[in-house]
Ligand binder design. Structure first.
Ligand SMILES: [Ca+2]
Ligand SMILES: [Ca+2]
Length: 213
């Protein structure tokens, strides 16, 4: 069986003709050439929502519910009845989003009442940054905790996912090639050696072409 030199940085190995060829499917955040459609693209997941010491009702405990908003998307948890220290089980997937400074991640915690209207217990908002972020907001009564994860689209990086990531050559290639497109004449013997070991690195297709030049 052929051993591929390295895993795909973007996409997956599923080419029917060559098991080591990386292919990617276009989506809202990836174009068919595997480049991200635009800067700032990421996915957002919000989870581990909980609160301590809420005070919503006078005679019974709080009936807590949370809304989570980013951009035009709004998500709402179930109501946890009669509990001043609720843990909401939901994980909210916001899917592809575009990080903009104008957009903030907003949380609003309500006490549900028997009628349809709910009383706002507290709210807070945050600028998103990439990675897993755990934070909290302190309300007049109680504290609200949350976790979110922002993953930059492939080949984007930085806190706002607005920097392009370089894709360095694989180490065994970088050792031989002076540039992405060239090979030094003095390194031809090493190249031949690499070719002979091509089972290990699957160099043959790339090098074969060069050797014919
Ligand atoms: Ca209650
Ligand atoms: Ca209530």
């Amino acid at each position: 069986m052929k051993v591929c030199s390295e895993p795909c940085k973007i996409g997956r190995k599923s080419s029917a003709r060559d098991r080591c060829a990386c292919v990617c499917e276009s989506s809202r955040i990836i174009k068919s050439n595997c480049c991200p459609a635009e800067k700032g693209l990421a996915t957002l997941k919000v989870y581990n929502l909980r609160a301590k010491g809420l005070y919503g009702d006078v005679h019974t405990k709080t009936d807590g519910t949370v809304t989570v908003t980013y951009g035009t998307q709004i998500k709402r948890t179930e109501t946890i009845d009669n509990n001043d220290n609720p843990r909401w089980p939901e994980t909210f997937e916001f899917g592809p989003i575009k990080i903009r400074m104008a957009n903030k991640l907003n949380f609003k915690v309500y006490d549900a009442d028997s009628s349809w209207n709910s009383e706002l217990l507290g709210k807070c908002s945050f600028d998103l940054r990439s990675g897993v972020v755990r934070d909290a907001c302190v309300f007049k009564y109680g504290t609200f905790f949350f976790t979110y994860e922002v993953k930059c689209a492939p080949s984007l990086q930085g806190p706002q996912c607005n920097q392009h990531k370089s894709s360095p050559m694989a180490a065994p290639l970088a050792d031989i090639f002076s540039s992405r497109n060239g090979v030094l004449i003095k390194d031809i013997p090493r190249l031949e050696l690499a070719l002979n070991n091509s089972d290990k690195f699957n160099f043959k297709a790339t090098y074969g072409k060069l050797m014919m030049l």
